[in-house]
Design a protein around this ligand. Structure first.
Ligand code: ADP
Ligand code: MG
Ligand code: ZN
Length: 426
């Protein structure tokens, strides 16, 4: 029980209209409210935003939120505004008047604004913004600094952003202002690096489990020809996933068009989704899928943001992801309702080379790809155990409950099990 506990609970129910906290949300909130630097590690979709949005309302002053993606910030500001929470967004492309207004609110002692979202470039490149922020701090009105997707400051993360490096000065510049970093990247390597870069050595790391007990994981050997791949996907959709909806991830626009076209020829109702399509066409496909007019969406990873369909029953990877982090996030769109869902990956050696040529540009990317390959080619170890190891977790030895292909068939080389068998056995 803390002095703020009643307020926290009241805000959760009355403002956010939520009944209870998800695992670790309250610990994170208490930690940051006590003034402690904190890093929160939770899987995508677990509810990291609440960990800074709620504290912003129970203590006086302004919360600065730094986030790498303008579209995500726009979504958040919109949803906060709908809850009657005063939040503003400032990017380097905001119109002049808007920027001026946002700058003024940092100076204004009586501003009702609780959260100000800014891009890292804004912090890195605008002297005026920093000057105003210092003034705000000097007057004791800078409540906390939240850094979303905080792994972006580490070169070892899978998504390094140079502007994030600059955030290291914040802890010195604003002493006594708690920093709250949030990420879904759990490797200890990255977490240590992040603490070093942000210069917050004694920070508390709060981590919730990455285990998704209702997801069944499986690897299928991928044939060489696209035609044979289509046969596999056709069988899966016609039999095993007959009445369900799901996603098929491909790694190129060309593949997503070929696969969706091929499946349509075979009489299946599927949509295609990639970044080269007009926004209109994309949202139409999304909607049809949402309403179950499409059994599956065949997509590149461009299909990701804003998927809030709880009953996705399968996520099939036609090609491996470029890292386990990516795979976990993409496959994790299955089974949000807590009911059984399946994550199937088609794996073949050639794809490793194909993907490696695409990821070669960033530091450590081949390590990341190797993590994905290891998950696919290890045929004698529980897939969940491999995932747990990757995220530095221990899910206990017998926690799988036969929810992966290896544990289902402990005595055989699972990769030799035919697809027919997979389609028959449930
Ligand atoms: P993350 O940033 O971890 O990926 P978000 O903060 O975007 O996740 O939250 C994902 C979804 O979970 C949102 O729709 C949010 O409203 C919902 N959510 C967060 N916390 C709770 C909770 N305690 N109870 C129910 N839903 C929640
Ligand atoms: Mg988030
Ligand atoms: Zn298992």
């Amino acid at each position: 029980e803390y002095e703020w506990s009643k307020d926290v609970k009241r805000t959760l129910e009355n403002v956010f209209k939520l009944k209870s906290f998800r695992p670790q949300q309250l610990s994170a909130i208490n930690s940051t409210l006590s003034g402690q630097h904190t890093i929160v590690v939770m899987p995508t979709g677990a509810g990291k935003s609440l960990c800074y949005q709620l504290p912003a309302l129970v203590q006086p002053g302004i919360t600065i939120v730094i986030s790498p993606l303008v579209s995500l910030m726009e979504d958040q500001v919109r949803s906060l505004t709908n809850k009657n929470i005063l939040a503003k967004l400032m990017t380097s492309t905001s119109p002049k008047e808007e920027t001026q207004a946002a700058l003024n609110l940092l100076k204004d002692k009586d501003t009702p604004i609780k959260l100000l979202y800014v891009t890292p470039e804004r912090l890195a490149k605008s002297k005026r913004f920093m000057a105003n922020l210092q003034k705000c701090h000097a007057e004791g009105r800078l409540q906390r600094i939240a850094i979303d997707e905080v792994h972006c400051c580490s070169q070892w993360g899978h998504d390094f952003r140079p502007d994030y490096k600059f955030l290291g000065i914040l802890s010195n510049m604003f002493p006594n202002v708690p920093i709250l970093g949030l990420t879904a990247t759990a490797t200890s390597h990255v977490l240590t690096d992040v603490q070093k870069i942000l210069n917050i050595p004694g920070c508390l790391v709060i981590k919730s489990t990455f285990n998704r007990p209702n997801l069944f994981y499986k690897i299928v050997e991928k044939p060489t020809s696209q035609e044979d791949c289509l046969n596999i996907l056709e069988k899966l959709l016609k039999y095993r996933y007959k009445e369900s909806t799901g996603i098929i991830y491909t790694n190129s626009i060309k593949d997503s068009e070929e696969i969706s076209g091929g499946l349509r020829k075979r009489g299946l109702k599927v949509g295609c989704y990639h970044a080269n399509m007009e926004a209109d066409a994309r949202s139409k496909v999304h909607m049809k899928w949402h309403e179950k007019q499409y059994q599956a969406i065949v997509a590149t990873v461009a299909f990701g943001m804003g998927i809030d369909k709880p009953d996705v029953r399968f996520v099939i990877h036609h090609t491996i992801s470029k890292s386990m982090e990516n795979y976990y996030q993409e496959s994790g769109r299955a089974g949000r309702d807590g009911l059984r869902a399946e994550c199937v990956t088609l794996y073949r050696m050639q794809d490793v080379f194909k993907v490696s040529t695409m990821v070669f540009s960033s530091v450590g990317s081949l390590d990341h790809l190797y993590g994905m390959v290891k998950y696919c080619i290890t045929g004698n170890m529980c897939r969940r155990k491999l995932i747990a190891e990757h995220f530095n977790e221990d899910w206990g030895s017998d926690d799988c409950n036969k929810m992966c292909d290896v544990c289902c068939n402990p005595n055989s080389n699972t990769r030799e099990i035919t697809l027919e068998a997979h389609c028959r056995t449930l």
